[in-house]
Design a binder for this molecule. Structure first.
Ligand code: HEM
Length: 352
């Protein structure tokens, strides 16, 4: 079995482990998450030339900052895989679960900014961010060498079926929603025509509360499944499924809070193209809006990748060979990445 397919199942719960440096190394993804806002600030400084013109060198430096910020969720995903092994201690399991949470740095940082604004708290976003991550790291460090206490080993097959069935329902909206955003490449007017048509359905009195309930249902059932699977020794395909699902839980809560609570209910802002693309400054040249770039890009990538992971599992359960299913999954991930790039290009101003 390849290293990609299955991480080492050996236990690390031996006498040598648990030195201070062993523990600190397992917090590396949280350090990356703490650096996340500063990587975005680095990008913003690089693209903000005082005379308005940006040299090639600045473009390269800006690209490096953005790549570093975009790498944070991927570091979290890779760390979650590395920390997945059999018989974890309480500390190991906490460190693994925190690695999964670091994948969510982009939506959590958006949520932090929007929530502080909604609550009229004038704290610096970065200070709150660091404080919360330090608190989470402390919680992990306080985990013991003893095996974790499993509070319930009840079967989760019912949750899995419910999560899968509701996924099919929300897929209708998500397919339209992403297609609508791809149309942004043709310009705001084309995007608006499609959105107006879609709103007649998904914003109708009957459908909108139902859609939001289904989204929240996916968050709750998804977190339940993540909690269970994250304690098991699983292969890399499952780590991706757990990681993308964790991201989506944070993304959906953040996105619904931004669109329905903050924009529509509190600030009475029209949630059209201008709102999504951060007009008039745009997503790239505004110090706050830049956080939306990784947030949206991974939102699109992970929602489609999560779907590909679910389909892979269903296909294998129905007799498709693992080799064919894995190839289809990898193709699905490549397509998800391309769709994310297409949508982000449109939101950042590219037109075809
Ligand atoms: C580039 C990525 C995305 C952008 C720019 C974006 C933007 C938007 C905008 C502008 C709205 C308001 C729609 C309206 O007023 O009619 C909205 C609503 C919404 N979005 Fe997204 N979205 C993105 C990805 C996603 C994804 C991946 C999901 C699902 C996982 C999602 C779920 C929703 C939901 C549930 C609503 C609320 C619909 C409603 O009841 O009005 N979005 N989004």
């Amino acid at each position: 079995m390849s290293g990609f397919a299955l991480n080492s199942l050996s236990s690390v719960n031996d006498a040598r482990a648990y030195t201070f440096s062993y523990r600190l190394r397992r917090l590396a993804p949280s350090v990356a998450a703490m650096a996340y806002p500063f990587l975005l600030s680095g990008f913003h400084s690089a693209v903000s030339a005082s005379n308005g013109s940006i040299s090639i060198l600045r473009v390269i430096v800006a690209a490096l900052w953005l790549c570093a910020a975009m790498a944070v969720p991927l570091v979290g995903l890779a760390s979650a895989f590395r920390l997945t092994h059999a018989n974890p201690s309480s500390f190991d399991l906490r460190a693994r679960r925190l690695a999964y949470v670091t994948i969510c740095a982009p939506p959590l940082f958006v949520l932090a900014g929007v929530a502080l604004g909604l609550l009229h708290l004038r704290f610096n976003d970065e200070c709150v961010w660091i404080a919360v991550w330090l608190g989470a790291c402390l919680y992990v460090l306080l985990g013991s060498k003893a095996p974790p206490v499993i509070t319930s080993a009840r079967p989760i097959s019912g949750w899995r079926v419910a999560h899968g069935v509701v996924a099919v329902l929300v897929l209708f909206f998500i397919s339209f929603h992403l297609w609508n955003h791809i149309l942004g490449l043709r310009g705001p007017d084309v995007h608006a025509v499609a959105m107006r048509a879609g709103r007649r359905v998904y914003r109708s009195r009957m459908i909108e509360p139902f859609l939001v309930t289904l989204m929240l249902f996916q968050v709750v059932t998804g977190i339940r499944l993540v909690w269970r699977w994250s304690s098991q020794p699983v292969d890399a395909y499952r780590v991706f499924q757990i990681g993308s699902g964790t991201y989506l839980a944070a993304f959906i809560l953040t996105h619904l809070n931004s669109a329905l609570v903050s924009a529509r209910t509190v600030h009475k802002i029209e949630t059209g193209w201008a709102w999504a693309s951060g007009a008039p400054t745009g997503l790239i040249h505004n110090a706050w809006n830049i956080r939306l770039v990784p947030h949206y890009a991974f939102g699109v990538f992970f929602v489609l990748g999560h779907l590909a992971s679910g389909l892979r599992g269903v296909a294998i359960a129905h007799g498709l060979s693992a080799k064919v299913a894995n190839r289809a999954w990898a193709t699905g991930l490549i397509l998800s990445g391309l769709i994310a790039v297409a949508i982000m290009s449109g939101l950042c101003g590219a037109r075809i």
